[in-house]
Design a protein around this ligand. Structure first.
Ligand SMILES: NC(=O)C1=CN([C@@H]2O[C@H](COP(=O)(O)OP(=O)(O)OC[C@H]3O[C@@H](n4cnc5c(N)ncnc54)[C@H](OP(=O)(O)O)[C@@H]3O)[C@@H](O)[C@H]2O)C=CC1
Ligand SMILES: O=C(O)[C@@H]1CCC=N1
Length: 274
């Protein structure tokens, strides 16, 4: 399978890291990005071919992944359009937050073979997860091709309704940042209580990894696992009571709803502006 990426930034690099060697040889991946340094790195690490601007290599791609910022999706669609060979029906995969399939299709001259995805950066180590939705013009074979690509970097979750992808963005697309934020807070607290930076980091990271694995492997609800840590009148109880009193859970719920709302807003803004 020949795969082209337009945009070779953070998320594309994470996907390419998972894809190269696993699904396809790096030489079957072509990356287009104006940043020569980023291209050089990707070429050196994975053997991908590169170019600074959209070129005829795109015509030979079975799948083109649009991995630029949402604000650049309209101009990039215009750059891709001349290279879409409609007789071959190549698949277009968008990973952009917010950008709706109907707008992308319009920018691509009514082209319909589009799958929208929301991956996340743990794809870099093959531990991503991706929410996906196929536009009406996507064939079964194309759905499978999109699934094969994203499954190379972790499980896929197919959605029955495009509007739900904003929720996926809020949960797992942006999610790694919430986890890193929580780890940063634990690191800070550890240091403030006298542990070294190294010890704080080691303890926080192992706790996150262990708790996530435990929850993943357990058949019991996460709330029960939490209760088992929380001895009556003990230290965990003191911490969780403090969190509840500070409105931590409510703040997380409202932050994630803000992420989803921003996804929808970006779709509205970009769709109506172009
Ligand atoms: N980062 C993440 O965790 C996730 C991101 N996404 C989505 O992925 C997309 C990319 O995000 P991310 O990788 O973080 O962003 P980056 O800014 O890291 O990468 C985008 C890249 O596209 C390049 N670019 C801009 N214009 C063009 C063009 N015309 N042709 C080719 N390349 C171009 C940019 O170059 P320059 O910097 O010079 O403009 C940059 O290198 C976004 O739409 C985002 O919503 C989805 C899931 C998770
Ligand atoms: O912050 C963003 O907009 C992108 C989408 C999900 C993760 N990063």
């Amino acid at each position: 399978m020949k795969i082209a990426f337009i945009g070779g930034g953070n998320m594309a690099a994470a996907l390419i890291a998972g894809l190269a060697n696993k699904l396809t040889d790096g030489a079957n991946i072509h990356v287009i990005d104006p940043n020569a340094e980023a291209l050089g790195r990707l070429h050196k690490q994975y053997g991908v071919t590169t170019s600074a601007v959209a070129d005829a290599t795109l015509s030979g791609a079975d799948v083109t992944v649009l991995a630029v910022k949402p604000q650049n999706m309209h101009e990039v669609s215009a750059q891709l359009l001349p290279f879409i060979d409609k007789a071959r029906q190549p698949l277009v995969v968008s990973i952009a937050a917010g950008i709706r399939g109907v707008d992308l299709s319009r920018w691509l001259g009514g082209y319909g073979a589009i799958v929208r995805c929301m991956p996340n950066t743990p794809a870099l180590i093959g531990m991503g997860i991706t929410g996906m939705v196929a536009m009406p013009g996507v064939s079964e074979a194309q759905t499978k091709a999109a699934d094969d690509i994203l499954r190379a970097v972790g499980p896929t979750v197919w959605l029955d309704d495009e509007s739900k992808i904003d929720a996926v963005t809020a949960v797992s697309g942006s999610g790694p940042a919430y986890v890193f934020y929580f780890i940063e807070a634990m690191q800070q607290a550890a240091e403030e209580m006298g542990l070294s930076a190294e010890q704080g980091t080691q303890l926080a990271l192992a706790t996150f990894a262990g708790a996530a694995q435990l929850a993943n492997r357990s058949t019991e609800p996460v709330s029960l696992l939490r209760e088992r840590v929380t001895s009556k009148g003990g230290t965990t109880y003191a911490a969780l009571t403090s969190m509840e009193n500070s409105g931590v859970k409510a703040a997380i719920v409202s932050a994630m709803k803000a992420a989803a709302a921003r996804g929808k807003e970006m779709g509205d803004e970009m769709g109506s502006a172009n």
